[in-house]
Design a protein around this ligand. Sequence first.
Ligand code: HEM
Length: 674
Amino acid sequence: CSYLGKISGRRLNEFHANRMKRDTLTCNSSYPYRSFDGSCNNLNNPTFGQTGAMFRRILDPVYGGDGKGSTPRLTATSGNELPKPRSISVLIHDEGNFFNDAFTQMVMQWGQFLDHDITDTPTASNTSVCCYDSLVTSDEVHSDVTTGGTCFPIIIDEGDRYFNTVSTRCMVFYRSDPMTDSSGVRQQYNAATPWIDGSQIYGTSDTMAASLRSGSDGKLLVNTVGDEDFLPEDSNSDDSVCFVRETGEYCFLAGDHRVNVFAGLSAFHTIFVRYHNRICDRLLALHSDWDDDTTFQEARRIVVAVLQVITYKEFIRHILGSTTANTYDLFVGDTDYAYNSSVDPTLSNVFSTAAYRFGHSMLSDSITLDGTVTLTSELYMRPKYTLNNMKAVLEGLQDEKLFRTDRWYTESLTDRMFETPEVSQSGFDVAARNIQRGRDHGLPPYNAWREHYGLAKKANFSEMDQGSGRYTRLYETVDDIDLYSGGVSEDLVSGGRVGELYSIILGEQFKDLKFGDRFWFENTGDISSFSTQQVNQLRRASLARVLCDTVAGIESVPRSPFKAVDDESNPVEACSDISDINIKRRTTDSEMLKQLAHLVIEIFDRSIEREGFEYDDLSFSLRTMDSNPGSLTFRRPIEAVYIAKKMADAPGSKSITHVMRISCFLKQKTGSLK
Ligand code: HEM
């Protein structure tokens, strides 16, 4: 399936080629929009946050063999083989339905949607056969496993509770596409941009983004079925992308290749494409002269801001608990938000490969669609649910309770994930995959991470929060426990959905994603910044409002769809009562003027300080964004500010933001752009 590495060979080649270009990257500091591949966000370090970046290591990898990574982590402290990931999954991550009463499956769904915005670890493109009949008799090790090849199959014990009649007792698993660091050690990379920038909606390259646009009015491509807009069709699809079995069913195309894997996920993609197009309509009603590109980029920056608001205002607090979220400043409404250009946003390997996968434990075993209990396993890779009744899918997510993050998993995840509809036992086990992936990446074991973060190491199995008796049966010592398994088996932090170890790893990463992002919606004083009024409007955004705006037939929603309905604290509200953001720009606006003045003076000062220019060497150009852009040159910043205000206030002129949008750059006397 596309999740399992169907990033095509072409895309892998693209990443390798892009990586070569990284050294020669140049940025246009006066361009006010994000790039698609994440580059040029940080003007001092333009490759920070670019696709294809090597995941950051917090602890060095622990591989087998010569330690360079050809051989994954395979052995215990004693030198014996580690327990098999499938056995760990069956014994420790067995079926259990512990609800988290106060929350809904919407939390799980936002978690996955967000995951696809920020991380995507491509697997090596495969040519060899990973599972073959004799595998189980030839020492249960594929020859690739010690030679750095792509195959690292997951072995299934005889008499497995589910996979018991298949002849090859093995699940296909390809190692992550490797890159080598400067010490010659195998590393992995992120094919997504780490920024919360809607890359799952808009794509991660110019080419991909262009293929998703309609080409007019700034809108994204849609496929209209009846009178509703859905995602466009992926014309290059087969059973590896999604299961098309009914008339009218087709695989969706989006900015992220995993869009089809779950009905709820496809529904979220659909509502955000609709939301983008709706914002375009609203912007064009205010600015009828905007061209396709301006409208697209302006709508995109609003949608991205809304994604950031929902994530930091509504989602993360429920994951980390308010205390931890506050410790890391993970909230919106930060009046003194300060972008920090020395923060590297690169995701850590441990975040993507273990900690943020905690969400798999929250998935329920079924979702009720219009009164029919539907097994989660039915909802994988079947676009028909979104196409036929997206409202039911979204209401189902909202009504279904969230499973507690713990060592228990539903068998929809551990036995039947992505099972081909007609072929029993053809699916796989995602808990086993997460453990195997950790070994593929050489993640050090659970206790090593606790020690690194200053948490007490578990002295023996009985100190494990959950499943101590079961860990004893599988592992030789508590120091061998795989991180993924140990991390999800911790009791939850107060008010949160993860244990203490994962809460630190997640907290640190989400902090970097907020404070290292020049385009963070609350950042001020940058060419890309929203005005204070606009930021205040954007802070009012909510998932509830997005649902009201995009789902036909929805007239009321719980105030927070993430939480179970409660008449007192989370009542169902009519859409007409849920506040909307006002995206209107103001024509005269003293805040804007202050920002402009601040920006201009800052640019002057920075140039003088850093480049050693004299005041007389510089001039300031002001450009408008009209269809006939004009440019005025000033010698003193204050004159520029004065004229900008005049231009903004003149009858029939554009607003002051409009004026400053592409306006500020410095010219040396020689005329070269700075
Ligand atoms: C229906 C729901 C979901 C399905 C079907 C699903 C499935 C998968 C699969 C098959 C993988 C790849 C495993 C591997 O081979 O390494 C994966 C990776 C991952 N999942 Fe999920 N997942 C779901 C929900 C979630 C949720 C709720 C979260 C977090 C809150 C999450 C976080 C992740 C992360 C961080 C990765 C690694 C992504 C990467 O870097 O490639 N998933 N998931």
